[in-house]
Design a protein around this ligand. Structure first.
Ligand code: THU
Length: 146
């Protein structure tokens, strides 16, 4: 792996600048590390029909998939908080973690690549590391359909 967790977290923080979040003013960025060192980013994309909002993590994963890169994902970083004056995000003392729907989306990737994916969750001055299996224990996934 050519990139460490801190750099991936920094990419997620940078991606939060591209959030389209005029309703919540909560800017979230996500960054996916691929097995070749490439990084795919995403940002939350809100909608006037609020429930249609797409989260940063899901956007990034769908983006990687659309480019034929989903099976290369080896780690995920997420960074979010209130919109900052520079258009980015304001990290809290406590990290945000992926919402329930995003955990389910991440599980699809984790099961497909057969890696208990690490999820780096940014906070002021650092990040917390969680495994997908901690975030979504006893999850429903591809194997459940067999
Ligand atoms: N959001 C994400 O992008 N990812 C998450 O895991 C949690 C929530 C977004 C959705 C919405 O645009 C804003 O944060 C406030 O909920």
């Amino acid at each position: 792996m050519t990139m460490n967790a801190e750099k991936l977290v920094a990419a997620a923080v940078a991606a939060a600048k591209n959030a389209y979040a005029p309703y919540s003013n909560f800017h979230v960025g996500a960054a996916l590390l691929l097995d070749n060192g490439d990084v795919v980013t995403g940002a939350n994309f809100e909608n006037a029909s609020y429930g249609m909002t797409l989260c940063a993590e899901t956007v990034a994963i769908a983006k990687a998939n659309s480019d034929g890169q989903m099976r290369r994902i080896v780690a995920i970083a997420v960074a979010g908080g209130p919109k900052a004056d520079d258009g980015g995000t304001t990290l809290g003392a406590e990290a945000i973690t992926p919402c329930g729907r995003c955990r389910q989306v991440i599980k699809e990737v984790a099961d497909e690549v057969a890696i208990d994916l690490p999820v780096y969750c940014a906070k002021q001055g650092g990040h917390d590391t969680h495994l997908l299996s901690e975030l979504l224990p006893y999850g429903f996934g591809p194997a459940s359909l067999k």
